[in-house]
Structures are given as structure tokens and as C-alpha cells.
Design a protein around this ligand. Structure first.
Ligand code: IMP
Ligand code: MG
Length: 169
């Protein structure tokens, strides 16, 4: 397999800065609970959070539906958030939306907890793969239907530490 670059480090940095600015403006400097969906969103979440100057609270949730390059169809919840999100501004931060299954169920799950606002922020969106009706509020990049790795995204747990987004062929 060969690794090609899809989005370089600089492009990632600049785009994430823009997203952070947009989020800050939309929430008018009110406090935001940022929920990082582990493990893939860890790099994106930290970069995003560093660029938001209003008050934020970080929380984490672990959920997965993937095995290798194929969605397994089942969601595994292995870590839940620790904050009470009732009446709070909440942003779910995802690395990538593919079929939309993960976020479809996560959104439902969080909405039942009655947040004041619930937004979805994804670094990458593979729109053509969508099977579930889910639209992100903030998107870093729309990408083609390729299996991507790096900047948190893995292939069987490898490549997460690449500072750029690449694809395997
Ligand atoms: P969905 O539930 O089908 O939208 O899949 C979302 C999850 O699948 C993401 O949070 C990723 O963990 C994983 N995923 C989907 N596409 C890719 C990819 O191209 N590379 C790495 N992980 C991916
Ligand atoms: Mg993920």
C-alpha cells in the first residue's frame, strides 16, 4: 500500500483556525462543552480548542463502528461523557462522517439529555457515502470516497500520528 497526501499540515491548521473562529462567533462567547469522539478526533479537538478563546469544557466519548476499512454496522460505546449537558451549548467533534451512522445515533443520544444547543463539527466529510440523514454544522473539508489516515485517523490503529491527512492505495 502507498500513502499519498490529501490535506497537508498547513491547510489543516488554517482551516481549523477558521472553524474555531466561526464557532466562537456563533456561540457569542458563551461557554461550550466540546465532546471529542475518541480516538480519531483527538488531534482535531485539541487544535480546534486551542483556537477558541471563549470558555470551553472538554469531554470525551468513545464509540466505534469500524474494523479495518469496513463499517461493522454496530456501534460500540465504551466511554461516556462525564459532564451534565442539560441546558448547555454542546459541540460533538468528529474526525470524519462516512455513512453517518455514528453521528446519527450520537445526536439522538445527546439530544435526549436536553442540551441548549447541539452542533456537529467534523474535520472531514465523505458525503457520497452517506446512508443516514445527518448534516454537520461545521465541516473542515469535503473529501472524495477514499480511505484516509493521519491527524488522528487510523487504519487498524496505525497512522494516527501523521501530521497530515493521507490516503492509502
Ligand atoms: P460512520 O458512522 O459510517 O459515519 O463512520 C464514522 C467513523 O468511521 C469515523 O468516526 C471513523 O472512525 C471511521 N471512518 C470512516 N471513514 C474513515 C476513513 O476513511 N479513515 C479512517 N476512519 C474512517
Ligand atoms: Mg471515529
Amino acid at each position: 500500500m502507498i500513502l499519498h497526501t490529501l490535506i497537508n499540515e498547513n491547510a489543516l491548521k488554517n482551516r481549523i483556525k477558521e472553524l474555531a473562529q466561526q464557532i466562537q462567533n456563533d456561540f457569542k462567547n458563551e461557554e461550550i462543552i466540546i465532546i471529542c469522539i475518541l480516538k480519531g478526533s483527538i488531534f482535531f479537538t485539541t487544535e480546534l480548542a486551542k483556537n477558541i478563546s471563549s470558555s470551553i469544557i472538554l469531554d470525551f466519548m468513545k464509540v466505534s463502528s469500524y474494523n479495518g476499512t469496513q463499517s461493522t454496522g454496530k456501534l460500540n460505546f465504551s466511554l461516556d461523557i462525564s459532564q451534565n449537558i442539560k441546558n448547555k451549548n454542546v459541540i460533538i467533534v468528529e474526525d470524519i462522517i462516512d455513512t453517518g451512522r455514528t453521528l446519527y445515533y450520537l445526536k439522538k443520544y445527546f439530544n435526549e439529555k436536553s442540551p441548549k444547543a447541539l452542533k456537529i463539527c467534523t474535520l472531514l466529510d465523505k458525503k457520497e457515502r452517506r446512508e443516514f440523514n445527518i448534516e454537520p454544522d461545521y465541516t473542515g473539508f469535503d473529501i472524495p470516497d477514499k480511505f484516509v489516515v493521519g491527524f488522528g485517523l487510523d487504519y487498524n490503529e496505525k497512522y494516527r500520528n501523521l501530521p497530515f491527512i493521507g490516503y492509502l492505495e
